[in-house]
Design a protein around this ligand. Sequence first.
Ligand code: FAD
Length: 280
Amino acid sequence: MSSHEHPLGISFEFFPPNTDAGRDKLIHVRDELAARKPRFFSVTYGAGGSTQARTREVVRAVSESGITTAPHLSCIGSEKAQLRDLLAQYREEGVDSLVALRGDMPSGMGSIGELRYANELVEFIRAETGDHFDIAVAAYPESHPQAPNLDKDVENFARKMKAGANMAITQYFFTADAYFNFVDKARALGVEQPIIPGIMPITNYTKLARFSDACGAEIPRWIRKQLESYGDDSEAIAAFGTDVVSRLCQRLLDGGAPGLHFYTLNQSAPVLKIVDNLTD
Ligand code: FAD
């Protein structure tokens, strides 16, 4: 760790904005978050090509902060030749970190492509580019929605780590023990690389509930009930959310989590409130 890095090992994720206003706002958010000396930024990617060009543009803009910026890259629906080109472009542009994913097939799209799972993508990147890229992959403490059970999912996760990933970032969750249980299972299968918890701030209950259903993240009943009771009082939701998520982060750090990766949703205020509540 560089002496200039934030002591808690934080990182921040963005998505490519759709509008010019969104892009302008993201530069401002980037600068506010860069001031906290994160380990890295990352920028998400739409499966099937929809936002691939925008991911590259945003990676370029975000990396002007001087902070390492990792594009997310998914393989589903892509041919090897396309992935090879994209890797070459990233290398030329000075990118040296990636988040490697399978992704999800957009509905109505045809072929799955040549690589079916993220472990195959990691193998492909290593075969094509050796050790050039630092590779992060995804982990699911509450199990990936398509996995038959958690043990099977952890086996698949371990295969992906052994294919040459340097670290993992988890899907978000609100139950610290789900993370500790997952890490124990992965370690038992010989995974030694860092597994960084992914942290979702709570700011909007309706959106969070919809998103959590889709990605298989559980909102515990006590949190759901409390959020429902606030109706559309966004200040009350934000205050409660900051408190709950700050306590979750502190438990994770105290229990040995090797950093925190924040899903910023391109906003700085909610994550900064949480970061400022945490102690080393
Ligand atoms: P995999 O690791 O391939 O796993 C997918 C499923 O297949 C799991 O159920 C697993 O158990 C099973 N499996 C894995 N390998 C095998 C195998 N060899 N044989 C049989 N079964 C196997 N999506 C985007 O579109 N863009 C993004 O930018 C993006 N960023 C993300 C960042 C993070 C940190 C996380 C946690 C998720 C992100 N996602 C993103 C979502 C992700 O693409 C989906 O969750 C997707 O369904 C799975 O991708 P994966 O890389 O985890 O897949």
